[in-house]
Design a protein around this ligand. Structure first.
Ligand SMILES: NC(=O)c1ccc[n+]([C@@H]2O[C@H](COP(=O)([O-])OP(=O)(O)OC[C@H]3O[C@@H](n4cnc5c(N)ncnc54)[C@H](OP(=O)(O)O)[C@@H]3O)[C@@H](O)[C@H]2O)c1
Length: 340
């Protein structure tokens, strides 16, 4: 595979060299050996590299909400035990090429075997930490705002869990790429402050009263054009009720633990569209869209148009602390693990 498209494919020599390694020394990996129990970090033997796969060193791996749900048995994908979680990675080659990838599993380790097509070259000027925030959080933000909700310049976007990894990515893309106005919604004043610093025009602390009422005070009875919801339950319903005529709401996640039912009459009354996004599904259903989206994110980052915010960095041995940090709602921005 040659360097066909800049920023997408990797040099043939590098891929061949890594792919040719038949498995070397043991390496450290976080293992989920029992669901809902703390992970262990153990030395594991390298697996053989399959066709179209490469073995890569992992320098950073994102800690995503989904990784935690998988280890609790609460995610749609249920891998056989024991397994190594970790879906978004920043990888670093021996020959100086820096690549970022999406593996769905196995990223929380010193090494990972990954499908070549799920690697993207990191352009110069993009730091390794910034790149690690792009594959899941920014691709999801771009897909939700652009591909699904078709957000237009000047429109108002409401985003819940706004100080989280995906929330901050939504603020960044909406304000700096799409020229939309953002109302951030978060669970503490500290989180609201960060959301405002990162570009939101207003922020509502949803622990301090009705979200719908707060939004009405900000934008009037007209409502917001787009809502991106990561929380679910009552927060989703209030976001839905805050939409304007022909508004769009995108379901991204259910961090609050409850899945709301959509009152269909609300969709009819204001010509509202309710839609979902499962960014990982694009790997099999429409890979060119996924590839173009991550390439765009890398390019925006290189041009300085977007600035991923890495909140906390944990060592591989601290994987359980990292999970707790996220579950206790302490995280702001992207949480990373560093296996090196
Ligand atoms: N569909 C997709 O393709 C896709 C892609 C990426 C992420 N997601 C989903 O989007 C959601 C957010 O992901 P993320 O990586 O941005 O997460 P994150 O950075 O960990 O942020 C999660 C935020 O959710 C809020 N939250 C509300 N109730 C919570 C609870 N009971 N426990 C923990 N957090 C709670 C918290 O913010 P406040 O304190 O401000 O409420 C927390 O900071 C997750 O559900 C994730 O699975 C989906």
């Amino acid at each position: 595979m040659a360097a066909v498209l800049r920023g997408r494919f990797l040099p043939r020599v590098w891929l061949c060299r890594k792919a040719g390694q038949g498995g070397g020394r043991d390496y450290r990996a976080a293992l989920c050996t029992e669901l809902k129990q703390p992970l262990t970090v153990e030395e594991v033997a390298p697996s053989p590299v399959g066709p179209r796969e490469v073995r890569v060193d992992v320098h950073f791996c994102g800690v995503n909400f989904a990784d935690i749900l998988v280890c609790r048995g609460q995610y749609q994908e249920r891998p056989h035990l024991p397994f190594t979680p970790g879906e978004s990675l920043m990888l670093f080659s021996l020959q100086g090429d820096q690549v970022v990838g999406v593996s769905f599993f196995n990223g929380m380790a010193e090494e990972c075997i990954i499908d070549q097509k799920m690697l993207w070259q990191i352009p110069e000027k993009v730091s390794l930490r910034e790149a690690a925030a792009l594959p899941i959080s920014y691709t999801t933000a771009i897909l939700a705002l652009e591909h699904r909700a078709r957000t237009q310049p000047g429109e108002t976007v409401l985003v819940t869990a706004a100080a989280g990894a995906t929330g901050l990515a939504v603020i960044d893309v909406a304000t700096n790429i799409l020229q939309a106005k953002v109302i951030a919604v978060a669970g503490s004043d500290e989180k609201c402050k960060l959301a405002m610093q990162r570009g939101a025009q207003f922020c509502v602390n949803y622990n301090q009263g009705s979200l719908k009422e707060a939004v009405r005070k900000l934008v009037g009875s007209g409502g917001v054009n787009v809502a991106i919801d990561m929380v679910g339950g009552d927060v989703f319903l209030e976001a839905l009720r805050s939409l304007a005529w022909e508004g769009r709401i995108v379901v991204v996640g259910f961090t609050g633990g409850n899945i709301a039912s959509v009152p269909a009459n609300l969709l009819l009354l204001k010509n509202i569209s309710a839609m979902g996004i499962a960014s990982g599904q694009y790997r099999d259903k429409n890979f060119p869209v996924l590839s173009k989206t991550l390439s765009s994110a890398l390019q925006y980052c290189q041009q300085g148009c977007i600035q991923p915010h890495v909140g906390t960095l944990f060592k591989l041995e601290e994987v359980n602390d990292a999970f707790l940090h996220v579950m206790q709602r302490k995280s702001m921005g992207k949480v990373l693990l560093s296996p090196k």
